[in-house]
Design a protein. Structure first.
Length: 399
């Protein structure tokens, strides 16, 4: 029989391999996901051995970052069906029906046949799985799926199915597993080969207007979304950050576009007068799909913000004129009074004043040195920012 390697959720196997022929699922996991997990064998034998496991709810964002966000699934599904040879029967499930069936599955209610090894390719799905009551709650599949059609669905990208399963809250506390112990123990692959890609997916390089932006983003992602923090890389320079300011960042982006950069790159401009201008200029260029250019988002709390300038103090909307990343930090841990924007230079071509947060470096230092385990820090705006960046990245494929 050989040594088997399996990938799935709960007791539902979505992908399998044998000996040294298997798909690498390391990008869905981190090193902290290594643990003893159940291995299900025939005759109801269960053994606990090393594997990778994490909750489906925590896997959803990793699937999104790997290109399996909801907006992309229909095309991926249809691309798979288009590759089916013409001599196969017509596939009876358009994507909307497939989505409806899978998203309504409650995996915890499924019991699987112990005789799965006796099925030929295509038969387990057509003769057993698609006849299960969970699969027939929405559509009657038992009479329309034969062995050939079963084979088509057995070979579908498992991440398509897994991402749809994650839309059902009933499944999100179940474990997604990758059972590799048998191929390691029997010498088909070295353990260090398994871990070469654990925690490494389609990494995204963040490029910002300044080193403080980088430090804040890196820390915020580690604090708020540690389950995807390994997807992001940053320019590692303590001194002489090469892209300080909107002009340098703009020129760097033009260079990346001209050489057709292959690495995933996310460029983030400030949401101030100068940053918005450069962002708009770059948005008109032919940017490669693996490169995405954004600016810091508007936020409701910035619509009436304390400012000071030639006309004295006032409260103004600073969205688009003075928003830097430091504006998303919790200022109350330093000041009991309101933080303030100072209007600095006038941009004649844009007919607008550029604003800057007074003492912004103090807020950065406090955030980076704050005891986030025991202290009381308000992360509301930082979470808003990270969610915005995350949604911008995964949504770029549908733009």
């Amino acid at each position: 029989m050989g040594s088997m390697v399996s990938f799935g959720i709960g007791k539902l196997e979505l992908d399998w391999g044998k000996n040294n022929s298997y798909s690498d699922h390391g990008s869905l996991f981190q090193l902290s996901d290594v643990k003893d997990i159940p291995y299900y064998y025939s005759d109801n034998i269960i053994e606990y051995k090393e594997g990778l496991s994490r909750k489906l709810g925590s896997t959803k964002r990793r699937l999104d970052l790997l290109g399996y966000n909801l907006d992309s699934l229909k095309k991926q599904y249809e691309d798979h069906l288009n590759e089916v040879p013409e001599y196969y029967p017509d596939i009876p499930l358009p994507f909307d029906d497939f989505y409806s069936i899978i998203s309504n599955l409650d995996i915890s209610k499924m019991t699987l046949d112990d005789e799965w090894e006796n099925y030929d390719p295509g038969e387990f799905l057509s003769k057993y799985l698609f006849k299960h009551s969970e699969f027939n709650k929405i559509h009657n599949l038992s009479e329309i799926v034969d062995k050939d059609i079963g084979l088509v669905f057995e070979n579908i990208d498992p991440y398509i199915t897994l991402r749809i399963l994650a839309e059902n809250q009933a499944n999100n506390d179940l474990d997604v597993f990758w059972s590799y112990a048998d191929i390691v123990n029997n010498g088909w692959v070295r353990r260090d080969e398994i871990f070469e890609k654990v925690g490494v997916g389609q990494e995204i390089l963040f490029v910002t207007e300044g080193s403080s932006d980088t430090h804040i983003l890196k820390k915020a992602i580690q604090l708020l979304y540690s389950d995807i923090s390994d997807f992001f890389t940053f320019i590692d320079m303590e001194d002489n950050y090469p892209f300080t300011g909107d002009g340098n960042l703009y020129n760097f982006c033009k260079g990346l576009i001209s050489i057709g950069i292959k690495k995933n790159v996310l460029v983030i401009f400030d949401n101030d007068v100068a940053g918005v201008a450069k962002y708009n200029q770059l948005s008109e260029m032919d940017v490669p799909s693996n490169m995405h250019i954004i600016k810091l988002p508007n936020h409701a709390s910035f619509e009436s913000y304390k400012t000071i300038g030639p006309q004295g103090e006032s409260f103004e909307n600073i969205n688009g004129t003075a928003v830097a990343i430091e504006c998303f930090l919790d200022h109350s841990v330093i000041d009991s009074t309101e933080s303030c924007i100072r209007w600095t230079s006038y941009n004649k071509s844009l007919d607008a004043y550029q604003g800057e947060l007074i003492d912004k470096d103090r807020y950065t230092r406090k955030f980076l040195k704050f005891n986030h385990n025991n202290g009381n820090y308000d992360y509301e705006k930082l979470k808003f920012l990270i969610d915005f960046i995350y949604n911008e990245w995964i949504g770029r494929v549908s733009q």
